[in-house]
Write a protein of this length. Structure first.
Length: 436
């Protein structure tokens, strides 16, 4: 069996944010089925109608409401199948409940009642061989049902007192398994069939789905052999056509799968044309100028929304990412420039301080060297002065000694001269007196 997976984004008022619910169920079975598969196929028909309403009816109704230039696409509506099954009175479930309330009813009388009621219905037929089976032409194909156990399975219900007891349980899980019976069933009759309960629960599910944003995932069966890497093209194409996938693809290609309110669209993409959007107070005019600026083709402007073709939202997001990337790079450059300048100024101040310290140290070393040199010069001067003074004193002493010696010699010579002169005088005197 192929599978339908329905992913729902549900706004939740009790908590901040959203819930994601995955609803998965088996699709139609081509084999002869009983009451269980009948209920499953009813669910499939309901979900298919929800799919049709969401993808086709609601989509095209919105185009009409927004006055979009649009060519209507025909699609297969399965409302007649749902009326056949669940219409009240006169539907299969209603006839089944009626048969269950009569003690003498059998699956044979139930089948005959179906044949009589729906003999002219285009979706209902009687197999040629079986006498109590019936065939419904579902949207995915014909399915034959055996009525032998329909009545027994439809009457296999929980006693009302038991259900009331369990539904009033303090355990929330237990009470959720046994919801109270609908008021109309309790007023009209004590009997509440499985089919009616299932239909009521299914209706509650559809009401919940109508408040969500569904995303459909269609799983197809690639082959009837149930073997890997085998694809039966005709079978797969039939499944896609029956499930409305081909029409959905066609409406997606021909339509506008992306639509945004004007204010939301401008809030997201005004950075693509800020000079156009900032000067305009008209949202429609601003949206047109913005889309013209990015040279986007094929879009349409509705009354309240901008409608975009498939892939155009991604194109706008790519332009937006490019602008944001450029802006981010400019901001990065500015920040890096600021950080580099700040670091440079810090390094410059630090280098100035270091240079001042180094120059101070060099000056102190130079001054100390000069002081030492001056001290050395002074010491040298003192030493030379001392040496010179000592030499001078020695020379003076020597000179005095020499002078003393010379004077003494001169004095001796003078004395000798005088002695000789005196002697000469004496001699001369003696000679003179002798001569006389």
């Amino acid at each position: 069996n192929n599978v339908i997976i329905l992913v729902l984004a549900v706004p939740c008022s009790s908590v901040v944010g959203y819930l994601i619910i995955i609803n998965s169920l088996f699709s139609f079975s081509p084999e002869i089925c009983s009451f269980e598969q009948f209920c499953i196929n009813l669910t499939n028909e309901k979900l298919q109608q929800h799919f049709n309403q969401h993808v086709f009816k609601m989509e095209q109704e919105e185009y009409t409401k927004e006055e979009i230039d649009w060519s209507y696409i025909e699609f297969i509506d399965n409302q007649d199948i749902l009326d056949l099954i669940e219409k009240k009175p006169g539907g299969i479930i209603a006839l089944l409940d009626e048969a269950c309330m009569f003690p003498r009813s059998t699956h044979d009388t139930f089948a005959q009642k179906l044949y009589q009621t729906f003999k002219d219905h285009k979706r209902f037929s009687k197999p040629k061989v079986a006498q109590t089976d019936f065939t419904i032409c579902h949207y995915a194909g014909d399915v034959t049902y055996q009525t032998e156990l329909f009545l027994d399975k439809n009457k296999d219900y929980v006693v009302g007192e038991h259900q009331a007891l369990l539904s009033s349980s303090d355990c929330s899980f237990v009470s959720s398994l046994f919801p109270p019976l609908p008021e109309e069933s309790s007023k009209t009759s004590k009997f509440s069939s499985i089919g009616s309960q299932f239909k009521h629960q299914l209706q509650s599910l559809l009401e919940s789905l109508s408040t969500t944003e569904p995303h459909y995932i269609r799983c197809v069966k690639p082959n009837n052999l149930l073997k890997p890497e085998i694809f039966e093209n005709i079978n797969i194409l039939q499944q896609l056509r029956c499930g409305g996938v081909m029409e959905a693809i066609r409406i997606s290609c021909a339509g506008y799968p992306t639509r945004k309110p004007f204010n939301e669209f401008l809030t997201r993409f005004k950075i693509l044309a800020p000079e156009s959007t900032n000067r305009s107070n008209d949202e429609v005019d601003a949206c047109k100028k913005l889309l013209a600026k990015v040279d986007l083709k094929g879009f349409q402007i509705g009354k309240t929304k901008v409608f975009l073709r498939a892939g155009q939202m991604a194109e706008l997001d790519a332009h937006r990412a490019e602008v944001l990337g450029r802006s981010a790079r400019i901001i990065q450059r500015k920040v890096l420039s600021y950080q580099s300048r700040k670091k440079f100024l810090l390094l410059q101040a630090a280098s100035t301080d270091i240079q001042a310290l180094c120059r101070g140290q060099v000056a102190r070393v130079s001054f100390e060297k000069m002081r030492i040199e001056v001290a050395c010069l002074r010491i040298q001067n003192q030493a030379r002065t001392y040496i010179c003074q000592k030499s001078y004193k020695s020379l003076c002493s020597s000179a005095c000694s020499v002078q003393t010696g010379m004077r003494a010699k001169a004095a001796r010579v003078e004395l000798q001269f005088r002695k000789k002169r005196r002697a000469a005088i004496i001699i001369q005197a003696s000679l003179s007196s002798h001569d006389d």
